[in-house]
Design a protein around this ligand. Sequence first.
Ligand code: UDP
Ligand code: MG
Length: 310
Amino acid sequence: MELSIVVPCYNEESVLPETAGRLSELLQKLVGGGTVRGTSRIYFVDDGSTDATWNLIEALAAQQPRIKGIKLSRNCGHQLALLAGLLTVPGDAVISIDADLQDDLDAIEHMIDAHAKGSEIVYGVRKKRDTDTLLKRFTAEGYYRLLGVLGVEVVFNHADYRLMSRRALNALSTYEEVNVFLRGMIPQLGFRTSTVYYDRQERFAGKSKYTLRKMLALAWNGITSFSPTPLRIITTVGFVIAMLSLALSVWALTVRLLGYYTVPGWASSVVAIYFLGGLQLFSIGLIGEYLAKIYLEVKRRPRFQIETTV
Ligand code: UDP
Ligand code: MG
């Protein structure tokens, strides 16, 4: 079996030498043990880094025949960088892993085993989140649960550390969407899958390249690219409120007609106006969000541009 390892890198100059070292050591071992073929390679995808990442990749590729580089023309974000790698590298199976060595490399062998036993997709799932801050753990797990509630099929606590067979990759390449959320797309492929559990480490060096903004964008994409449920919730809430107001007006009218004394309800009307106004704005915004998605999708723009490869 020919294995390719895809590593998206964005400003990772501080970890890259270590990552390259450990990965090539591992690959060497796998080749030596006859687990994978000698033509297996490690592909670093430079996602438009502004530091020395690409220079490092070029240097590594020049020194070591098993290391290759793919340079994207600009920063496309983690998901698209990963996709660019997955869709361009050769190999019978492709493993994707982050550059920061947070994911345990020992899981790779287990993934290959599971693939040999017939799994087309092998998910790396972290056992616990004790290296994350409390806030990150809470929001991330809450988010996975929310996705479940909204009907988006994802693997709980699985990031983008996984093995995919050539067959699964071919299937993935037929998904042409621009708003890419791989964690949602890949479970939709089907095929025989399995899971490998591992412990997540601290980042080896450098800071997280997922800024709050990028993380929120990913989370938002995960919901709005996969689930029409928010739209339905809004519709339901709107309908219920409309019915309640109708009942309320009937009640008010009855009270008035029966001749009871009524206080002119300034507060209640103003509150109602604000409430409904807010709700309507929110609904329009939400509809706009889906519309924007449609707009982006119908343009059929290429999702990434490869500048050079080494
Ligand atoms: N990454 C990328 N493009 C980006 C942001 C991140 O290719 O715009 C890569 C980054 O180099 C790393 C992986 O995505 O290999 C995961 O990022 P990071 O480890 O910073 O995220 P965290 O583990 O903090 O969620
Ligand atoms: Mg990380």
